[in-house]
Design a protein around this ligand. Structure first.
Ligand SMILES: CC(C)(COP(=O)(O)OP(=O)(O)OC[C@H]1O[C@@H](n2cnc3c(N)ncnc32)[C@H](O)[C@@H]1OP(=O)(O)O)[C@@H](O)C(=O)NCCC(=O)NCCS
Length: 185
């Protein structure tokens, strides 16, 4: 099946909503995406679409939104967070998820984005160059430090080493997603 990966358009939003509601256990991800768009915080949104006659069917979706990194000294730096990522259940395990991530990162190549973070499977995201954020003293602000799997799931892809300060255990760099992620019910 041929799938075209392109930036999302307003005409895709209903199908994206349906895809996210089917892919995740609850409606939160679909709500977060709508809140991010309304807040103009949908920094990059791509779909994987399959042409079906004169209609295109959305089979995959990925969104990148703003993330703040704050050093212990209070210096702020802005990057992006990857997610949610979703692929229609009928076409999983064929590389479409990886193609969506690769296409997103390719788009960002032309933008001065110093880092991208993700919360997800380290095994999966390592193929794109993501490494555990904790290795450089970076910490997700929601991580209370009591779940090693959660800490390991928070990963970073550094795109401009010179602009990304190192943290430490005692003085971590703290990463915060857009407030939309706390606003879904
Ligand atoms: C995660 C998802 C996007 C992967 O899409 P896909 O098109 O199947 O991805 P790919 O074909 O590139 O890769 C599939 C492989 O990666 C693994 N993988 C992908 N994401 C993974 C995750 N979050 N955890 C563990 N393994 C994962 C799959 O198990 C599979 O490996 P296998 O075939 O050896 O078992 C899809 O399964 C999905 O939409 N899931 C529901 C939503 C979700 O959990 N999104 C991720 C969190 S934002």
């Amino acid at each position: 099946m041929s799938v075209t990966i392109r930036t999302a358009r307003e005409g895709d939003y209903n199908e994206i909503d349906q895809l996210l509601r089917a892919a995740f256990p609850g409606p939160q991800e679909a709500q977060i995406v709508r809140i991010l768009r309304a807040a103009d915080a949908d920094s990059l949104e791509l779909v994987g679409a399959h042409a079906h006659g004169d209609h295109e069917h959305v089979l995959a979706h990925i969104l990148f939104s703003p993330v703040t990194a704050k050093t212990a000294a209070g210096v702020e730096l802005f990057g992006l967070g990857l997610g949610p990522l979703a692929v229609d259940g009928s076409v999983r395990r064929q590389g479409l998820g990886a193609a969506m991530v690769a296409a997103g990162l390719e788009h960002l190549k032309w933008l001065p984005v110093p880092f991208v973070v993700v919360l997800g499977s380290p095994k999966y995201y390592a193929q794109f160059g993501f490494v555990p954020a904790s290795a450089r003293g970076w910490r997700w602000d929601k991580d209370r430090g009591d779940d090693p799997d959660l800490t390991a799931a928070f990963q970073v892809l550094i795109r401009d080493e010179d602009r990304c300060p190192l943290g430490s255990h005692d003085a971590p760099v703290t990463l915060s997603y857009h407030p939309a992620f706390d606003m879904a019910e």
